[in-house]
Write a protein that binds this ligand. Structure first.
Ligand code: I3S
Length: 129
């Protein structure tokens, strides 16, 4: 039933530190700006938060709480980024329905493969609902 799928989608949650950069917006290419993010997957939404350790002194608490990027995974795709997208190892590429692209990267294989699995599963569940 859709109720079960709904529950399942809500059950897929994860958070952790990852390197990320946005690479395009509305189909328009952006300059890469890799940075570490506290990254949260919740209810089919991926949010990237600036690391408060790197926040300028006096930066308000709300700036730390408001995500830098909010990514709706409904209708999105994820793949291992092709070599030409980055010289880094373990790079994932997420494309959203509205034509934004993000790269996620981490040197530890298990960290990146866990993110890959949970995001792929989330996208699949959202597609079924
Ligand atoms: O795709 P690019 O332009 O080679 O990406 C690199 C640049 O963003 C670079 O910064 P500058 O724009 O200041 O040159 C970054 O330092 C690199 O990390 C980017 O490439 P990788 O291969 O690391 O994603």
């Amino acid at each position: 039933s859709s109720g079960e799928l709904h529950q399942h989608t809500h059950g897929l949650e994860k958070a952790g530190i990852i390197n990320k950069t946005k690479v395009s917006e509305n189909g328009k290419r952006l300059r890469k700006n890799w940075s570490q993010s506290w990254t949260v997957l919740h209810d089919g939404i991926l949010t990237f938060h600036k690391d408060p350790r790197f926040a300028p002194a006096g930066m308000s608490k709300s700036n730390q709480i408001v995500p830098e990027y909010t990514v709706d995974l409904r209708g999105a795709t994820i793949c291992k980024a092709p070599k030409e997208k980055s010289s880094k190892k373990n790079v994932l590429e997420i494309r959203t329905r509205n034509g934004s692209e993000y790269l996620m990267q981490y040197d530890t294989d298990t960290i990146i493969s866990d993110w890959y699995k949970v995001i792929e599963d989330t996208i699949r569940q959202l597609d079924l609902n």
